[in-house]
Design a protein around this ligand. Structure first.
Ligand code: AQP
Length: 327
């Protein structure tokens, strides 16, 4: 059976971009693969986090994993920092990487450009991500399109290591969703939807109230052309709304274009509010049942034990091949 691995940072409430680009695939893939899903708290500290909020967000993301349909009987669910091998392997990969290849990562360029001085963790973050993936002999990594370059780097690092030290790592593959691999911000549809964007109406979080969803969609930036048609280059706002609508309604974009021929943007937005709110109701109900339960911590503890067992095996192989002694 193939193995799937991925993760989400506990940096705030998960938005529909994270859901469509990543989590929805996590749920589908747990049915056909050996699945491991992580809450990547070590990644979140690449930028400063409030310790109390970090703890809350970690449990929030874990509860949302279960609420969207991840099943602890089918997938290992755990928190990254509870398995120390992630940091250990990241250092080993750091020593087998080059600053040149890390400086080419577009996410680093984007995230560091507004800062006077970029944190080192932001620069080396793709190496930790590579460690996460390689530690579990991962075949498939379902992530949003913004992470594709990091998967390519992971493949390069794994191949380089295997060539130098002998076969150690499985070479993983990126898996993107066909519709919605990059959901855009509602206020600025040329930027990706993000948890950390200042304008809260730029995103729809899975825990948003129906009123907040309505405001976010009704305020979404469109264009003055008046025609409902998918054209990402010339009509990024409408194309983004059609993508979101398609995912939540299971209607194809072509079906939606047909349905809304001759209609105004107001009608499209009004219907989309309803479709999104209907989908969020069930997720939110499950979330509030799970979030404060003891069951949640038990699932994470169990996940840590299972992940640790797999990670230890890989680290044994890595250390042996590198020439580290065991006593
Ligand atoms: N807008 C998006 N469209 C599709 N997929 C997306 N992902 C993120 N944004 C979009 C995918 O969601 C998964 C989890 O992302 P993450 O939490 O690890 O970090 P991120 O990519 O940095 O997400 P954000 O929301 O933009 O957070 P901040 O603002 O904290 O940086 C990944 O698979 C990602 O590709």
């Amino acid at each position: 059976m193939k193995r799937v691995f991925s993760g989400v940072q506990p940096t705030g409430n998960i938005h529909i971009g994270n859901y469509i680009g990543a989590l929805k695939q996590f749920v589908e893939l747990q049915e056909e693969m050996d699945a491991i899903y992580c809450i990547v708290d070590l990644h979140s500290i690449t930028v400063p986090q409030d310790p109390r909020a970090l703890k809350q967000h970690t449990l929030d993301v874990a509860a949302l994993y279960l609420s969207v349909g991840l099943d602890p009987n089918k997938a290992i669910i755990f928190v990254q920092s509870t398995v120390p091998a992630h940091s250990e392997l990241a250092w080993i990969l750091t020593c087998n990487s080059y600053t040149g290849e890390l400086s080419r990562m577009t996410q680093f360029k984007d995230k560091s450009k507004e800062r006077e001085s970029a944190p080192t963790g932001l620069f080396t973050y793709p190496l930790l991500m590579a460690a996460d993936i390689l530690l579990y002999d991962t075949d498939i990594v379902p992530v949003g399109n913004d992470q594709k370059q990091h998967i390519e780097l992971t493949r390069d690092l794994a191949e380089r290591f295997n060539n130098k030290y002998g076969k150690t790592f499985v070479i993983p593959e990126y898996r993107g969703t066909k519709v919605g691999a990059r959901i855009m911000a509602l206020d600025e549809p040329t930027n990706k939807m993000s948890k950390s964007a200042e304008n809260e109406y730029s995103r729809i979080s899975l825990l948003d109230t129906p009123e907040k969803v309505k405001k976010s969609i009704m305020r979404a930036t469109t264009d003055s052309d008046g025609e409902i048609r998918f054209d990402e280059k010339n009509k990024p706002g409408i194309s983004n709304l059609l993508t979101i609508y398609s995912v939540f309604s299971c209607l194809s974009i072509q079906e939606l274009e047909k349905k809304y021929t001759g209609c105004g943007y107001g009608q499209l937005k009004k219907d989309l509010v309803e479709v999104v709110n209907d989908s969020l109701v069930d997720i939110q109900k499950r979330y509030f049942d799970i979030r404060e339960s003891e069951e949640l911590k038990r699932i994470l503890k169990d996940g840590t034990e299972k992940a640790q067992t797999i990670a230890e095996k890989t680290m044994k192989r890595v250390k042996e091949n590198l020439g580290f002694i065991t006593l």
